[in-house]
Design a binder for this molecule. Structure first.
Ligand code: COA
Length: 152
C-alpha cells in the first residue's frame, strides 16, 4: 500500500485452509468476498468511527484461482466519499509459497459502504487531499461513484 496516501486503509493476511475450499482444494469465491467485505467495512469504520453497511460491490473480478495453502493478502483503501457513502478499492494478492512464482493479483473490486446513524444514512467526514497520489485515488473513486449514481 502506498504510504504517501493517508486516507483510511486496512490490510489482512490469511493462509487458506481446507475449510475455505471445495473438495478439489480451490478456495470458494464467497470466502474471498467475505474477507474483502470485512476489510472494506474496517476501512470505513476507521474513517467514520461509526456503523457502516455494504450497499454495493462493483465488478468483482477473479483474476487468478486461490488454493489451499496459499497466503492471501487483502488490502482496502478509501478512495472517495460522497454524502453518506464511501468508495473503497479492495485488492487481494496471492502468495503460492512456491519459489518459482511471484505474488499475483487475484481479485479486485470497488465496495460502496454507507454510514448509518440510528439505522439511517448519515454524513461522512470529507477527505482532505494532501498529495498527488491522494488526488489520483480520489479521482478514480469519484469516477466510480458517478458511474454508480447513474445506475441507481
Ligand atoms: C444501503 C442503504 C442503507 C441505503 O439506504 P437508502 O435509503 O437507499 O439510502 P439513500 O437513498 O439515502 O442513499 C444513501 C447513500 O447510499 C448510496 N446508495 C444507496 N443505494 C445504493 C446502491 N444500491 N449502490 C450504491 N450506492 C447506494 C446513495 O448513492 C447515497 O450515497 P451519498 O449519500 O453518498 O450520495 C440500504 O439500502 C440498506 O440498508 N441496504 C442493506 C445493507 C445491508 O444489509 N448490507 C449487508 C450487510 S452489511
Amino acid at each position: 500500500m502506498n504510504n504517501k496516501i493517508t486516507f483510511a486503509s486496512a490490510e489482512t493476511c490469511m493462509i487458506m485452509d481446507p475449510i475455505h475450499s471445495n473438495s478439489l482444494g480451490n478456495v470458494h469465491g464467497g470466502e474471498l468476498m467475505k474477507i474483502m467485505d470485512n476489510i472494506a467495512g474496517i476501512v470505513c469504520v476507521k474513517h467514520t468511527k461509526g456503523t457502516v453497511v455494504t450497499a454495493r460491490v462493483d465488478e468483482i473480478e477473479f483474476h487468478k484461482p486461490v488454493h489451499v495453502g496459499n497466503i492471501v493478502t487483502c488490502t482496502g483503501q478509501l478512495a472517495y466519499v460522497g454524502t453518506s457513502s464511501m468508495q473503497v478499492m479492495v485488492n487481494v494478492v496471492v502468495d503460492r509459497l512456491d519459489e518459482s512464482s511471484d505474488q499475483e493479483p487475484a481479485l479486485t473490486a470497488f465496495f460502496t459502504m454507507v454510514h448509518l446513524v440510528d439505522g439511517k444514512p448519515s454524513k461522512v467526514p470529507k477527505l482532505v487531499i494532501n498529495t498527488k497520489e491522494e488526488e489520483e485515488l480520489y479521482k478514480l473513486g469519484e469516477k466510480k461513484y458517478k458511474e454508480i449514481k447513474l445506475k441507481l
